[in-house]
Write a protein that binds this ligand. Structure first.
Ligand code: C2E
Ligand code: MG
Ligand code: MG
Ligand code: MG
Length: 282
């Protein structure tokens, strides 16, 4: 069981811990071992075109199958990885694995499936980001247009000028960029137009209450309109019901991601759904 101590650090008890709590294994140490032991895995969640239901991409979501603790959710370990700096090697692993998988799909399907990955704050602020992305694209052979990098609003606000430079650099390389969890951070609407972003992802917090909740209706309509007016593609996250999808489609939302269209799944399952025609690429 995870426990939070006063400083916000998570400590995980190992199997053999006795009543005195002598053997404490910190989450940091476990994450380090997880990399060495290959305990990470990527699951992929479909992103589907609102009009024709085509698969337009997948989001790579990190999974940790801990040998000690079983599956651990990213919400439990990403923030610790970020604080300790371990997100750098973990994030690099994610990027390389996602690009490898996407390149393998091109090879085996003869079709392109764009892949999105989540960038943490530390990765986005790293001086080496552009070089690291380019290196992995070169190494895997994945065309840059098939890679999308997701960032959150918070990363743009701290140093907007620097953020614009990084986003411009990514765009110059041909990769796509998306603003994740939109609406939950410090929405700086005035700033938004200055950032070169390809896609706006409406947070599931505003999708959940659709189509009943009046304020969620107003917010999601406004966010869709904002994104479209700023020439971004608008995607809704966390779409679970047909009623939510219908509302969002009427509002002008172009892409859906959520349990309605598919849960995050191992690469092999994704391939199976594409091969069987359950997910259509055209
Ligand atoms: P996110 O990037 O906003 O990813 C969407 C989250 O919503 C995922 O949770 C996904 O499983 C979940 N989700 C998708 N559709 C639905 C739905 O219809 N209903 C509900 N209730 N949930 C849905 P997950 O996989 O647990 O990831 C949580 C967060 O962890 C992600 O949020 C992202 O911020 C972070 N994360 C995941 N993988 C990585 C990674 O490789 N690197 C970094 N830096 N962060 C990651
Ligand atoms: Mg995301
Ligand atoms: Mg999100
Ligand atoms: Mg989220």
């Amino acid at each position: 069981r995870a426990k939070q101590d006063g400083r916000g650090c998570y400590k995980f008890y190992s199997e053999g811990m006795n009543a005195d709590g002598v053997q404490l294994l910190t989450l940091e140490r476990m994450l380090r071992l997880a990399l060495e032991r290959n305990e990470f895995e990527l699951h992929y969640q479909p992103q589907v075109d609102a009009v024709d239901g085509r698969l337009v991409g997948v989001e790579a979501l990190l999974r940790w199958n801990s040998s000690d603790r079983g599956p651990v959710s990213p919400s439990e370990f990403i923030s610790v990885a970020e604080e300790t700096g371990l997100i750098m090697p973990i994030g690099e692993w994610v990027m390389r694995q996602a690009c490898r998988d996407a390149q393998e799909w091109r090879r085996s399907l003869g079709r392109d499936v764009p892949v999105s990955i989540n960038l943490s704050a530390r990765q986005f602020r790293s001086r080496d980001l552009l070089a690291a992305v380019q290196l992995i694209l070169d190494e895997t052979g994945l065309p840059s247009a098939l890679l999308e990098l997701e960032i959150t609003e918070g990363l743009l606000i701290v140093d907007p000028e620097e953020a614009v430079d990084v986003l411009r650099g990514l765009r110059a390389m041909g990769t796509r960029t998306a603003l994740d969890d939109f609406g939950t951070g410090y929405s700086s609407l005035a700033y938004l137009k200055t950032f070169p972003l390809d896609r706006l992802k409406i947070d599931q917090a505003f999708v959940r209450g659709l189509p009943e909740d009046e304020s969620d209706k107003a917010i999601s309509r406004a966010v869709v309109a904002l994104g479209l007016n700023l020439n971004m593609e608008v995607l809704a996250e966390g779409v679970e019901t047909e009623a939510q999808r219908d509302f969002l489609e009427t509002a002008g939302c172009q892409v859906f991601q959520g349990y309605l269209h598919g849960r995050p799944m191992p690469a092999a399952d994704l391939m199976q759904l594409i091969r069987s025609g359950a997910l259509r690429l055209e």
